[in-house]
Design a protein around this ligand. Structure first.
Ligand code: NDP
Length: 433
């Protein structure tokens, strides 16, 4: 805290991970102290902060701040998304990068942890303004990334359009067609099923967690927050598995649709028109629209927070438990506060932590990297099947680690231990670096 003041989200992420690793840390205390393992783990290998000047449609020069935190490359090239949102600062990027280390480790694929972004707000900007910003951002970032060093992807505010502009600028400067970014469109090296991967993966993980506890997802009422990439495909896969998702939200309001979310309409409103959820409510007679926050007040069996960090707090957890929720699985990164997580677990709610349950996106990004290296594309079914197997393996490893250390059904501890052990192993094998 002293070394990195004003980074509350980063402190929260480190505290959550290290506290749940207590049993492993205590067992290896001397060794970890001697080689400063934990100090090295919480300090990024490299932290970049840069100016991003661009010109808006009125001819006015705007200046934003860009970030890339290359946190840990013990397992492979840095991998993690770029977030464009006004709330972005170095602490947010560090919390995301730190989580990414363990998430990427859990996928079983050769990827290290990193994260980046900017306080740029894409909302309300023209396509030309988005392009101008992305080109300026990449004009600095290109020096530090590459297909075998650091491979960014999308996150909040960075979807296919932004990845396209970023990739175009990288190629123009470097003169190199390589898999330097993932989440690309299919026409220039993207992977089928990457768009769906985080949401679908969340449901594959949730289904595995429910099955291991003899619960069938069929017929279950599901509350989902968010209405972006993760939320949309979580809703779609939940319906395919026989569940009934009845809510979604954006930063201004939320929808309750007791007949079940119309996912095609949601895609039309959010992906095509880039409009607000009020348009969904206008087109759908069964839907209620409410201003502000409120999805967790809806009675549900399963809750899937898929919007942003700290969006499910202690009071929300109390409300969910009072309404009989049986499982919560995180689609977003750190959407549940530490107190809310503990309350849910204390009340026997199955809890899937994001670093395990939302790892499908980055796992499929790694499959995109593999396809780019092969200069070959796999069909949708092949990628989707690999994703399903990866998510089921993640659940099995998390479950196993929890059991091994005497924390049965505590998937938070299980995920942290399983992710941590592989990173530590790789760090130790490579000496003091
Ligand atoms: P999108 O930008 O596609 O969607 C984000 C959604 O969350 C939007 O509906 C947005 O509403 C809402 N939202 C964002 N910030 C806030 C806020 N401060 N308060 C309330 N609502 C908010 O992002 P993604 O779906 O890609 O990402 C969602 C979460 O999932 C993030 O935590 C991300 O880190 C995580 N994640 C994403 C992965 C991916 O592959 N995309 C992979 C793993 C994790 P509005 O449009 O009004 O801003």
């Amino acid at each position: 805290v002293k070394q990195n003041p004003s980074e509350p989200e980063f402190h929260q992420a480190v505290k959550e991970v290290l506290e749940s690793l207590r049993v492993v840390i205590e067992a290896n205390e001397e060794e970890y102290k001697k080689n400063a393992l934990l100090e090295r783990l919480v300090n990024p290998e490299r932290q970049l902060k840069f100016r991003v000047p661009w010109v808006d449609d009125n001819g006015q020069v705007q200046v934003n701040t860009g970030y890339r935190v290359q946190f840990n490359s013990a397992i492979g090239p840095y991998k993690g998304g770029l977030r464009f949102h006004p709330s972005v600062n170095v602490g947010i990027i560090k919390f995301l990068g730190f989580e990414q280390i363990f998430k990427n480790s859990l996928t079983g694929l050769a990827i290290g942890g990193g994260k980046g972004g900017s306080d740029f707000d894409p909302k309300g900007k023209s396509d030309r303004e988005i392009m101008a910003f992305c080109q300026s951002f990449m004009t600095e970032l290109f020096k530090y990334i590459g297909a075998d060093t650091d491979v960014p992807a999308g996150d909040i505010g960075v979807g296919g359009r932004e990845i396209g502009f970023l990739y175009g600028q990288y190629k123009r400067i470097k003169g190199l067609s390589e898999g330097v970014l993932t989440g690309k469109a299919l026409s220039y090296g993207g992977s089928l099923a990457r768009t769906e991967a985080t949401g679908y993966g969340l449901l594959y993980f949730t289904d595995a967690m429910l099955k291991a506890n003899d619960i069938d997802i069929k017929g279950k009422t599901i509350a989902v927050s968010g209405a972006g990439n993760v939320a949309i495909y979580a809703i779609e896969k939940a319906q395919q598995l026989g569940g009934n998702p009845v809510t979604c939200s954006d930063s201004t309001g939320w929808i309750y649709d007791p007949e079940g979310i119309d996912v095609e309409l949601l895609k039309e409103v959010k992906e095509v028109k880039r409009a607000r959820l009020t348009e969904y409510a206008e087109a759908r007679p069964s839907a209620e629209y409410h201003e502000g926050k409120g999805v967790w007040s809806v009675k549900c069996d399963i809750a899937l927070p898929c919007a942003t960090q700290n969006e499910l707090l202690l009071d929300d957890a109390k409300q969910l438990v009072a309404n009989g929720v049986v499982a919560v699985a995180e689609g977003a990164n750190m959407p549940t506060s530490i107190e809310a997580t503990e309350y849910l677990q204390d009340n026997d709610v199955l809890f899937g932590p994001g670093k395990a349950s939302n790892a499908g996106g980055v796992a499929t990004s790694a499959l995109e990297m593999a396809q780019n290296s092969q200069r070959f594309s796999w069909d949708f079914d092949k990628v989707d099947k690999r994703l399903k197997v990866i998510m089921e393996n993640i659940f099995a490893n998390v479950d196993e680690a929890a059991k091994t250390y005497g924390f049965e059904k505590n998937y938070v501890v299980g995920a942290n231990i399983a992710g941590f052990e592989k990173v530590v192993d790789a760090m130790n094998a490579q000496g003091i670096v």
